[in-house]
Design a protein around this ligand. Structure first.
Ligand code: B12
Ligand code: SF4
Length: 460
């Protein structure tokens, strides 16, 4: 039996999104975080049984009993990577696991547990260990200690449950030299089965947008060296035949010099690769656009967020709408696809500001019809954000408004009947501070905005 069963529950499947989220043709994302953990564990000689829940057939995904049964053959130590939207379902799943297999111990980690660690450990006794932040170093020490029954208090960066209560160990020093990490273990999976192949060249973000999970971060951005990145790209292109790669960095062009060096070195590799990046538009000038484009960047994402300069300022966006418009126009000359991301539902957003954002969303959606992936999403109260600090006490739940919509919970397809709807809603309602991403920030006109949005989207 393997030393650990590592599960990617970080699926992008989520509880809603109807066709996109749950259909069999849904997009499968490379589980980069989990594959980093696999490399790190295997380097230390542990045997890892890796399972990616994205590959379950839709009719199995919400079937908690069959999910739990599939763990009969798993290791007694389970490591699970959870995203914010799958968190309530994961808690129901873990409960079932503990009822069936009380000997199994559950470790969780991933972006979905950030800033709610204490509450989660207190309220959900079926979580045995929670890992904070980067997991590569922690998981190997933790597993070694668990297998050898050593004192977990010596493992930094975790919270764990013992007969004596819940303990928090001192935080682990953030790994600053990312080149020390092995590449994600691509041999553990069938890379060709993933729709979106991706790499990450830097961790963290230099901006502090008030709604984002980085807004309260203290750690500076950590960069891999370009040489280290090039070797991974070469591996992906030559050994695995990748022709498209999404760079997961939150802002690829913050360090312009590094971005330029990346372009120069990538051209030298002479690989046939189309790249997709995210950039804060104030970091981009026309020269850099040209260089990025000539190096193979064909798709670019800008988080515009709002068409109101007052809101942009209020949420710490480092640009104005006018600057955004200029950058969008220019980049249309260089990139095949331009993805713009807008957010509505700020607690201080007026009806007029909402209408303007909606207008821009529809306008750019039409303008870039051929090359467009423009999105407009409702603001999610993320517990690790500045806005949550300010307005987190007032969040409300509504099945109609929740970003996850929970809409598909009304989906009539057979397999959707398996979603434990009542239990999920009850869990979400009982723990607003844990499952806040299913809530919204209440303010005047929010229902009217939602109605307008739906109406406009029906027309376009
Ligand atoms: C790719 C991506 C997606 C993809 C795929 C999902 C996935 N996570 O695989 C899609 C498009 C589906 C997506 C959707 C969403 N995303 Co997203 N996404 C990302 C992105 C760009 C990269 C994730 C990644 O691979 N990172 C690289 C790896 C190395 O880091 P990692 O995953 O955090 O893993 C490390 C640690 O967390 C830890 N760890 C992870 N798992 C485990 C498990 C164990 C057992 C242990 C011990 C440790 C551990 O160790 C890993 C290695 O150090 C991040 C931003 C970023 N740059 O990280 C946002 C990010 C994760 N997403 C975010 C958000 C808000 C969302 C959405 C809610 C957006 C929306 N409005 O719909 C949705 C829903 C969440 C979901 N289903 O994942 C937020 C935070 C989310 C949160 N609190 O859960 C992030 C951080 C972006 C941001 N700056 O705000 N996302
Ligand atoms: S929204 Fe983007 S630019 Fe702003 S802090 Fe988050 S990742 Fe950084």
């Amino acid at each position: 039996m393997a030393d650990i069963t590592l599960i990617n529950f970080n699926t992008g499947l989520n509880l809603s999104l109807g066709e996109v989220g749950t259909g069999s043709n849904r997009c499968k994302y490379l589980p980069v975080g989990s594959l980093y953990l696999v490399s790190s564990l295997e380097e230390k000689g542990f045997e890892v049984d890796f399972r990616d829940y994205q590959f379950l057939p839709p009719e199995k995904f919400y079937d908690i009993e069959s999910l739990a049964s599939s763990l009969k053959s798993s290791s007694d130590i389970l490591g699970v990577s959870v995203s914010t939207d799958m968190l309530p379902f994961a808690m129901l799943f873990f409960k079932e696991i503990k009822e069936r297999f009380p000997e199994k111990r559950i470790i969780i980690g991933g972006p979905g547990v950030k800033a709610i660690e204490e509450k989660l450990m207190k309220e959900f006794p079926w979580v045995d260990v929670l890992v904070f932040g980067d997991g590569e170093q922690t998981i190997t020490e933790l597993l070694d200690s668990m297998i050898k029954e050593k004192d977990l208090k010596k493992v930094e960066g975790i919270s764990f449950r013992s007969k004596k209560g819940i303990f928090f160990t001192p935080p682990r020093k953030t790994l600053s030299d990312l080149d020390k990490l092995l590449y994600p273990d691509y041999h553990k999976i069938k890379l060709k089965d993933y729709d979106l192949k991706s790499i990450i060249t830097a961790r963290g973000c230099c901006f502090r947008c008030a709604f984002c999970n980085h807004s309260l971060d203290h750690t500076p951005v950590r960069y891999r060296s370009i040489d280290n990145v090039m070797k991974e790209i070469e591996l992906l292109a030559s050994e695995f035949g990748c022709t498209e790669l999404k760079i997961l960095d939150d802002n690829f062009a913050f360090n312009k010099k590094r971005a330029r060096l990346f372009c120069t070195e990538l051209k030298k590799l002479k690989v046939d690769l189309r790249l997709d990046i995210s950039v804060t538009l104030s970091c981009l000038n026309e020269n850099l656009m040209r260089e990025l484009s000539s190096a193979g960047v064909t798709s670019i994402l800008f988080g515009i967020e709002s068409a109101s300069n007052r809101i942009l300022k209020r949420i710490n966006k480092p640009f104005t709408l006018e600057q955004a418009e200029k950058a969008i126009k220019k980049s249309a000359n260089y990139f095949d696809a331009i993805e713009l991301s807008f957010i509505w539902g700020f607690p201080f957003e007026t009806m007029q500001e909402f209408r303007k954002t909606l207008f821009y969303y529809i306008y750019y959606g039409g303008l870039f019809k051929e090359k467009n992936k423009t999105g407009l999403g409702m603001l999610i109260p993320l517990p690790e954000s500045m806005l949550f600090k300010e307005f987190g006490n007032s969040i409300r739940f509504s099945e109609e408004l929740s970003w996850n919509g929970l809409v598909s919970l009304n989906d009539s397809r057979d397999y959707m009947q398996l979603i434990p709807r009542k239990e999920l809603i009850s869990l979400i309602k009982t723990y607003p501070k844990i499952f806040s991403s299913f809530y919204y920030y209440p303010h005047r006109d929010i229902k009217k905005k939602n109605y307008l949005l739906k109406k406009n989207l029906e027309i376009t």
